[in-house]
Design a protein around this ligand. Structure first.
Ligand SMILES: NC(=O)c1ccc[n+]([C@@H]2O[C@H](COP(=O)([O-])OP(=O)(O)OC[C@H]3O[C@@H](n4cnc5c(N)ncnc54)[C@H](O)[C@@H]3O)[C@@H](O)[C@H]2O)c1
Ligand SMILES: [Zn+2]
Length: 381
């Protein structure tokens, strides 16, 4: 990564989607450009200059980061109304979505009113879902405040809520009109959540960009120390990679967007067997999933052990778990066979063919998968 200094602003990143093209602006502790950026982005969206009010959605964790945004909105002719949602995954529910619809109705929102989602993936997915559905679609502004949301969920347009039966099962594709990222908001994020975001960061290196992976290996210390220039460059790189994938396969139709699922077939199974809100957070389960799926690629003869060793070593340096502790392989396999990505009964995986490149495959046999799930890989260090 070339590291811009604090005085060197990061150029906006464009997510090229024809008429739905939008920009991601990354700053560090500088709220001043927020108002003009927002006004310009909304003016360019279907809301047009008629956007005069906004529902600002946050939870208790992201609430402190809303304060600098409210006066900026008001100064640009957009009257804000604040709506606080309980923190946590259970808020991705139809009940919370209904409260948002009611708040929009109470402010007499028309199609020009904006929804501003300030928070992690839960707030982005929930508020984005309300924006996608109210009046058949309101302009959405994403202000991600967790690392995971900055590098992943705020970009790409997937929004949704959960049912007790399945995560993210009710949702829509609804691209934001703009994404505003202030890396300084990460200062209050619990370290465990920060590390979870790093799991998704490592994923981008493995699936798309070996040079980026090597940069991460070099920059572990400044990243863990929250060096603003390093973090800004890292988030920009991830957003650019995700933007590239999303602009080529917006609705997950060609299979390209599926590359983002590396580590997630096993990761989702680990999460679901441990129970959501259980032992593993999403990023931790994905960290283990990436190491095991890379081991699976080794079994298929696609890569040598050196690739898995590098992935595992980097994740460990970021303080992430890389081995399963005692979950039954058979239970994980059962959870995987329920995965919605599977076709014709085979379990689909996204596996590395080298560092920086992956392929979607159903070539892994059940025996291979079971043996990998039983692996207790020795630490490379
Ligand atoms: N739409 C997508 O493409 C996509 C992609 C990946 C994940 N997701 C979804 O994202 C969700 C996970 O997102 P997440 O990991 O950001 O979790 P989250 O939104 O639950 O945030 C984690 C915790 O951090 C708190 N928090 C947020 N910002 C903070 C800050 N700056 N300082 C202190 N605390 C803060 C929150 O209140 C919460 O308690 C899941 O529901 C997942 O399904 C969606
Ligand atoms: Zn993920």
């Amino acid at each position: 990564m070339t590291r811009p200094t604090r005085t060197q602003p990061i150029p906006p990143i464009e997510v090229a989607l024809g008429a739905r093209t939008y920009r991601i602006l990354i700053t560090s502790d500088d709220p001043a450009p927020f108002g003009p950026f927002l006004r310009e982005s909304l003016d360019a969206s279907w809301a047009g200059r008629a956007c005069r009010n906004a529902l600002v959605v946050a939870d208790s964790g992201s609430r402190p980061h809303v304060d600098p945004l409210l006066p900026a909105l008001a100064a640009h002719g957009i009257e804000p109304r604040l709506h606080i949602v309980p923190a946590g995954e259970p808020s991705k529910s139809i009940e919370q979505a209904e409260r948002l619809w009611e708040a929009l109705a109470a402010m007499k929102a028309d199609r020009h009113a904006a929804v501003v989602a300030v928070g992690g993936g839960v707030i982005g997915d929930l508020a984005g879902f309300a924006a996608a559905t109210y009046a058949r679609g309101l302009p959405l502004v994403m202000v991600p405040t967790t690392l995971l949301a900055m590098v992943d969920s705020a970009v790409g347009g997937k929004v949704g809520i959960n049912l007790p039966q399945a995560k993210n099962i009710v949702g829509a594709f609804h691209q934001p009109a703009a994404v505003w990222i202030d890396t300084a908001s990460l200062a209050t994020l619990p370290v465990r959540e920060f590390r979870c975001g790093l799991a998704e960061v490592v994923k981008y290196g493995v699936i798309l960009d070996a040079d980026f992976f090597a940069d991460l290996e070099r920059d572990v210390e400044p990243i863990l120390a929250h060096d603003p220039a390093t973090l800004g460059a890292l988030i920009a790189r991830c957003c650019a990679l995700k933007a590239q994938v999303v602009s080529q396969d917006e609705r997950e139709e060609s299979g390209l967007r599926a590359v983002l699922n590396f580590g997630h077939t096993i990761g989702h199974a680990v999460e679901s067997v441990a129970g959501y809100g259980g032992r593993y957070l999403h990023g931790e389960a994905v960290s283990i999933g990436m190491v095991l799926e890379s081991t699976l690629a080794e079994r298929l003869g696609w890569i040598g052990p050196d690739v898995t060793d590098r992935i595992s070593a980097l994740l460990q340096r970021f303080g992430l778990p890389t081995v399963l502790d005692g979950t039954e392989p058979a239970m994980l396999l059962e959870a995987m066979t329920r995965d919605k990505k599977n076709q014709h009964g085979a379990i689909r995986f996204v596996l590395p063919t080298r560092l920086g490149s992956v392929t979607l495959t159903d070539a892994a046999s059940v025996e291979n998968v079971l043996s990998v799930l039983a692996t207790r890989r020795a630490s490379p260090e």
